[in-house]
Design a protein around this ligand. Structure first.
Ligand code: ZN
Length: 258
């Protein structure tokens, strides 16, 4: 196989890995934001429970005051009883007392309801605070794991960038431009292996004379798929031809996996 084709295969292998590493790197902001959102939701739950508890306490104070006011009225009516002269006036006063006592009972019922709610909110606050502590802890762990994972992927990226620079240095610049133009059109994959006399990427058959020319040793020409325009390469079966250099074969195998 021509040297330039071997180098392009190496470049292709590096680029496939680079694409994969870049896609993985791009996923981190979203995954970190998801961890933060879980934490925010747990904090929101605690705040909500506390706000509900505060509202209950305010209502309780109001109903307590209501009870006190109505009790004051009852005392005042009862004090007036000694000065009552007529039966009607006495009955009217009794009626007022009865009304006031009903209001006391109503306010006490509401007070009791608020006390029950208050206990419920106390439980909710305790539960949500416990959940928050757990979420805080797990989020800390998740974030640390994500950050260290990201650092690893960033290291991979810089190693691949360096490897790419080494590979690119071996290839003529116009050939790099040509490769990148084709790669851009095909999600970063500019080369296709010829398999069963067809383009391994799009499946279109290669003309017999082109295939023959490709296999001719010493051919300096680059061949392209007529349909998808990818640069074609071909490995002679091991039994009948020279075994391709190990790194080129590995690179091709790697591309095939993607
Ligand atoms: Zn093709």
């Amino acid at each position: 196989m021509q040297k330039v084709l071997q180098n392009l295969l190496k470049l292709q292998s590096v680029d496939v890995r680079l694409n994969d590493v870049r896609a993985r790197l791009a996923s981190y902001p979203k995954r970190l934001a998801e961890a933060d959102a879980r934490l925010a939701a747990a904090r929101g739950e605690v705040e909500q429970s506390k706000a509900a508890q505060l509202a209950t306490l305010r209502d309780r104070k109001k109903y307590e005051l209501d009870v006190e006011q109505w009790k004051g009225k009852v005392r005042k009516y009862k004090d007036q009883t000694s000065q009552i002269k007529t039966n009607e006036a006495y009955k009217a006063l009794q009626h007022e007392v009865q009304m006031a006592e009903e209001e006391i009972a109503k306010a006490e019922d509401r007070l009791l309801e608020q006390m029950v709610s208050s206990e419920e909110y106390d439980r909710r606050i305790k539960t949500s605070e416990k959940t928050l502590r757990e979420v805080e802890e797990s989020t800390r762990g998740d974030r640390a794991a994500l950050e260290s994972e990201r650092a690893g992927v960033e290291k991979e990226l810089s190693e691949l960038d360096a490897e790419r620079a080494r590979v690119v240095a071996e290839i003529p610049e116009d050939m790099i431009d040509h490769y990148e133009r084709i790669a851009k059109k095909h999600h970063g994959v500019a080369l296709a292996e010829v398999r069963s006399e067809a383009c391994g990427a799009c499946g279109v058959r290669i003309r017999p004379h082109v295939f023959q020319e490709m296999r001719r040793s010493g051919s300096e020409e680059l061949f392209h798929c007529e349909t998808c325009t990818r640069i074609l390469y071909y490995f002679e079966p091991a039994a009948t031809a020279a075994v391709p250099p190990a790194d080129t074969a590995a690179a091709a195998a790697h591309i095939r996996e993607h």
